[in-house]
Unconditional design. Sequence first.
Length: 126
Amino acid sequence: MSKLLTISELSKKLGLINSSKNKSSNYILRYWEKEFKQINPKIINKRRYYSTDQVNIIKFIKTLLKDYGMTIKGVKKILSSNKKLDYSELDGLSADIYKNNIKDKSKIILEKIKKLKKTYGKKDAY
């Protein structure tokens, strides 16, 4: 049997931290649990415990919401589509997001450099 994570452990693992108080934001996971029927933690002694499969689903949801900027409605549509999603392939999805993010930032930096070169140009040698 795989190790179960508590809501606080999962919240920390996902980086759902309230930065002002440096405290885990468990309320986000509880909210997502209400919104997404795919999230079904085991409740033991009134505490939530998440399996590895549940963690993968939640990581997938977090990536779509936080990294891709999708809406809850959009994520629900993806999750309810007839396609079988492999939530464990999240690392590849995240890598693509970061790769595209770096490309976009690099383009912006190159444009700024070109603009600076054009504005100030090379000084004439005397």
